[in-house]
Design a protein around this ligand. Structure first.
Ligand SMILES: [Zn+2]
Length: 200
């Protein structure tokens, strides 16, 4: 017998904006999206804490307000920051989710894209564990591609851009080490879906 989701036993891919194939680490750093918002943009970021150091728990701690600001000199420079992203893709491809996609995560800050300001209102934020300007692992792209495909099925996403494209001059992530054309080709999407400034 078939249900709406296709099979009687299948777990739905999405539940209240939470993706089934991710670990869930709920963050208090979110708010409602403005009423009637169409979620149309994916914003790609890179992050590591301290910058360039991979594999720890610090990013998860930052997004859940549990980071010890005294644990590293760099952390003093971001002390008190309350931020989040919907998703975080670690170096070995693990996927974590912090905020329901139905809610507004705090990842883009002051931003605009294609004439629309306040990107947090209408975007999904995806952080890749990495260092701005440097490369990412093949398995991170694989996770990003499967997540993006699931997002595209569920939300009317029309564009994918980097933090550097929605906050130019203020932010530089994910930077030149991120392979936009690889993502474009593997998702089979038109080039106009991606940042025009990429030049490819
Ligand atoms: Zn960013």
């Amino acid at each position: 017998m078939k249900s709406k989701s296709g099979t009687s036993s299948a777990t739905p891919l999405w539940k209240d904006g939470w993706y089934q194939f991710s670990g869930h680490l709920p963050s208090p750093n979110f708010g409602p999206r403005p009423q009637g918002t169409t979620i149309s943009l994916i914003v790609i970021h890179s992050i590591s804490l301290p910058p360039g150091q991979f594999g720890g728990e610090e990013v998860q701690q930052l997004f859940t307000n549990q980071l010890d600001w005294e644990a590293h000199p760099y952390f003093k420079s971001i002390e008190g920051t309350q931020v989040s992203a919907h998703f975080y893709i670690r170096r070995h491809g693990e996927l974590l989710q912090f905020v329901s996609c139905n809610d507004r995560a705090w990842h883009a800050g002051t931003s605009s894209y294609l004439g629309r300001s306040n990107c947090n209102d209408f975007s999904i934020g995806i952080e890749l564990e990495g260092l701005e300007g440097q490369g990412f692992e093949a398995i991170q792209y694989e996770t990003l591609e499967s997540l993006s495909a699931a997002l595209l099925q569920h939300f009317p996403i029309a564009h994918m851009a980097g933090h550097e494209h929605v906050a130019p001059g203020r932010k530089n992530d994910p930077g030149t080490g991120f392979d936009w054309s690889l993502v474009q080709k593997s998702l089979g999407l038109p080039k106009k879906f991606f940042p025009q400034s990429d030049g490819t």
